[in-house]
Ligand binder design. Structure first.
Ligand code: NAD
Length: 475
């Protein structure tokens, strides 16, 4: 049995309270590791370590911090296969996804922000009132809190800009998928990463996440997770006027127009609904299809989705693994039952999986309107709905129905329409004739119930720094 510890001040540490919690492998639901079940005392130790490490880390040149991030990226690259295996086992995600997309992206995150550390500049303003220049200074010790669906990918997406900008970090990975973050802590220690610069504390949201958010020495909190927890974090951080960035849930529409090349793009369309068993905040769970092609699309899409191979995540051929946990499995199956009660017609799936465990086969439902709970609330599983529209106005109204605003996908050959729609869809990210194509320089985030603030590129560097204007009298 593996023991996964905190990494505080460059050292592996058990929880000060002596507690451990079970970590399960979704493929067979068995407990395969135990995790330090931290609390406030561990948070305190980690914040102290981060605070001690900050003066030296923040005084390094950008290029020196970049070199550390590069070293960490290279070390991770040299262990890519071990990390991919670990990610697949821990979260039940298909090994192909972990190996080809997620761990490579974690490496890219570290490299991208290493470059940012050497490239960030700041503004100067003159010609109106004196000469002004802006200093962008690191904040101090900051917290990152990340979810289970893309464990190392999102963990690095947060720690990399925080470190690049000159902050020290206390990171809380999800207690559901703690393995690769722990391995990264170990790797950082192995390459001699300065102690206390990156600290990892494990445990639940209420016992570790909340004390971290509330800690007066934590200057900012970057959170990715559910809308409910994001609201809780905002309420806790508000009275201290602490900087927060919230990347939350989604209920994203995919608009398919009759003129699009959808027949040749079915693989991408199916992937955009079901990748990682729908456990990606950017999945298009509401398919809105122009009525002229609705019947044909429904048949072709159902057939392609039915051909997805659900099975052992360790198998190279597997498209969809199990869901991440018993609790999440139960939540998703309850949403499926609710869709039935709401009057949804099931075109695909909906029965308990013959594989047992936490598997859920792809589900496709029609006959539910924009006001149904199934079309309004995030399910975060392999569950998609189909609705028909007659014209652009109706497509837009259906797409913008609901309270989330993370991503929207438009499939059309009509560029005029694509740009018109892109400007009017309520979403922080719009993809036209593609899905999940990411340039790390672009702003990333949502509106409404999907969050507050933007990450990515300079947005993240700005979040993790304080701007200070200096004005000099001239003339
Ligand atoms: P979650 O909100 O349950 O947990 C996320 C993290 O917050 C975990 O580390 C958890 O331990 C911690 N946490 C829980 N309660 C807390 C509290 N009271 N205070 C502080 N921290 C707390 O989310 P999840 O189930 O791990 O992830 C799935 C959710 O994440 C989905 O809603 C999904 O849409 C969202 N998500 C959003 C994005 C995005 O970029 N917008 C990306 C991935 C996932």
């Amino acid at each position: 049995m593996l023991s996964l510890t905190h990494w505080i001040d460059g050292q592996p540490q058990a929880a000060r309270n002596g507690g451990w919690r079970a970590v399960h492998a979704p493929a067979d639901t068995r407990e395969y590791a135990r995790l330090a079940d931290g609390d406030e005392a561990d948070v305190e130790a980690a914040v102290q370590a981060a605070t001690r490490a900050w003066p030296a880390w923040s005084s390094l040149r950008g290029s020196e911090r970049a070199a550390w991030l590069e070293r960490l990226a290279s070390a991770l690259e040299s262990r890519l296969e071990a990390f991919a295996q670990a990610e697949s086992r821990d979260g039940g995600k298909p090994i192909r996804l972990a190996r080809q997309i997620e761990i490579p992206r974690a490496i890219a995150n570290l490299r991208f922000f290493a470059h940012a550390a050497t490239q960030i500049g700041s503004e100067a303003h003159h010609g109106e009132a004196g000469l002004n220049y802006t200093l962008r200074q690191p904040l101090g010790a900051v917290a990152t809190i990340s979810p289970w669906n893309l464990p190392l990918y999102l963990f690095t997406w947060k720690i990399a800009p925080a470190l690049a900008a000159g902050n020290t970090v206390v990171a809380k990975p999800s207690e559901v998928t703690p393995l690769t973050a722990t391995m990264l802590g170990e790797l950082a220690a192995e390459i001699g990463f300065p102690a206390g610069v990156l600290n990892i504390v494990h445990g639940t949201g209420p016992r570790v996440g909340e004390p971290l958010v509330l800690h007066p020495r934590i200057k900012a909190v970057s959170f990715t997770g559910s809308t409910g927890v994001g609201q809780r974090i905002a309420a806790l951080a508000g009275p201290q006027l602490k900087k927060i960035s919230l990347e939350l849930g989604g209920k994203n529409p995919t608009l398919v127009f009759a003129d699009s090349d959808w027949r040749n793009q079915l693989d991408t369309l199916v992937r955009s609904a079901f990748q990682n068993s729908g456990q990606i905040c950017l999945c298009g769970s509401r398919l809105l299809v122009e009525r002229a092609i609705y019947d044909e699309f429904r048949e072709a899409f159902s057939a392609r989705a039915a051909a997805l191979r659900v099975g052992d995540p360790a198998d190279e051929a597997t498209d969809l693994g199990p869901l991440v946990s018993q609790a999440h499995h139960d939540k998703v199956t309850a949403c499926i039952a609710r869709a039935r009660i709401e009057g949804g017609r099931f075109l695909l799936g909906g029965e308990a999986s013959a594989r047992g465990g936490w598997f859920v086969e792809p589900v496709l439902i029609e006959g539910l309107g924009p006001d149904s709970a199934s079309n309004r609330e995030e399910i975060f599983g392999p569950v998609a709905t189909l609705q028909a529209f007659d014209d652009d106005a109706q497509a837009l109204a259906l797409a913008n129905a609901g309270d989330y605003g993370l991503a929207a996908m438009i499939w059309t050959r009509d560029l005029d329409r694509a740009h018109r729609m892109a400007a009017r869809l309520r979403a922080g990210i719009v993809w036209i004739n593609t899905w999940l194509m990411r340039d790390l320089r672009t702003p990333f985030g949502g509106m409404g119930r999907s969050g507050l603030g933007r990450e990515g590129g300079m947005e993240a560097m700005r979040f993790f720094t304080e701007a200070r204007n200096v004005c000099i009298a001239t003339g």
